[in-house]
Design a protein around this ligand. Structure first.
Ligand code: FAD
Length: 262
């Protein structure tokens, strides 16, 4: 690790100001960033911790949506939304291990946009809105490819708003060592249609499977997905699984998600 300065502001405004320094970087739960620093893959001049900002913590409800503070750890999401949005709670409860869930934050996960992360599937699959210190970004515009988002330099994810669906489920085929998704499929049924978001599979990061969405919007049953598949081209191929294997898993996990959502 390189030497760096450290600040722990108590408000979003102070964090935004602290992040204006050259090469300053936000720190959420550190579950991704700290290992990156240890491997000397990043060299920020200053880390600005967001976990002491009360207005970025916790869960509330407003206008049919669940609002989650950007610095809320996964374990708190798992507990806090279990009654209102069980599929999201289950997703959070199966991220990594207890240490990751107690430190890692939803804002950090969405800012990082790891192609195998779970929250991007929930946010895109729910049509969530990402709230930052300066604007609101709908999920369809927010995710822009592997490790790439619409966030500008120094922009902070202060919260996320999730519309609550009628039914939903997330099915993850875990990479057993890390518990990241080899393939994860989030299915959510709303009054105006079904959304299907896939993580872990594509070289472009999380994506919506529009063919499945159309089929499920007219018939919300696993059988509606019979014969549908995603092309293996553009799927991630690595030591954990080939592109063809991941493409196959997308259809399998989508069916399982629909069955579990009921
Ligand atoms: C062993 C292990 C297993 C894991 N398994 C899973 C899994 O199964 N599913 C899954 O989804 N994830 C998994 N993760 C990732 C985990 O969820 C991390 O918590 C997450 O990727 C990053 O969140 P963080 O709060 O730790 O962010 P940090 O590591 O602190 O930061 C990550 C990046 O986001 C930026 N950042 C942090 N917070 C904000 C913010 N509020 N606004 C803007 N930028 C911000 C940082 O500058 C940095 O670039 C795993 C991690 C580990 C170590």
């Amino acid at each position: 690790m390189y030497a760096f300065d450290f600040e722990k502001p108590g408000s979003i405004a102070d964090a935004v100001a602290a992040l204006k320094d050259e090469d300053a970087q936000a720190l959420g739960g550190g579950q991704t960033l700290i290992p990156t620093l240890k491997q000397r893959l990043a060299m920020p001049s200053k880390l600005v911790s967001l976990t002491g900002i009360a207005e970025m913590q916790g869960i509330s409800k407003a206008g049919g949506e669940i609002v989650i503070g950007g610095a809320t750890p996964h374990a708190a999401v798992a507990d806090g939304v279990a009654g209102d949005y069980p599929a999201l709670a289950e997703l959070a409860a199966h991220i990594g291990d207890p240490a990751v869930r107690n430190r890692g934050t939803i804002g950090g996960s969405l800012a990082n946009n790891d192609p195998a992360a779970c929250y991007p599937a929930a946010a895109l699959g729910s049509g969530a809105t990402i709230v930052t210190d300066r604007r609101e970004i709908v999920a369809d515009d927010y995710f822009q490819g592997m490790f790439t988002t619409a966030l500008d330099e120094g922009e902070i994810v202060t919260g996320v708003r999730f519309p609550v669906p009628e039914k939903a489920s997330y099915m993850k085929f875990e990479q057993p060592a890390s518990r990241f998704a080899l393939v994860g499929v989030f299915v959510a049924k709303y009054a105006d249609g079904v959304r299907v978001a896939v993580t872990g599979a594509s070289e472009e990061g999380v994506f919506r499977w529009s063919e499945a969405e159309a089929a499920l919007s007219s018939d919300f049953s696993p059988a509606a997905l019979d014969g549908l598949s995603v092309p293996a081209d553009g799927m991630i191929s690595d030591l954990h699984g080939s592109g063809a294997y991941r493409a196959h898993l997308v259809a399998v996990m989508a069916k399982r998600a629909v069955a579990a959502a009921g």
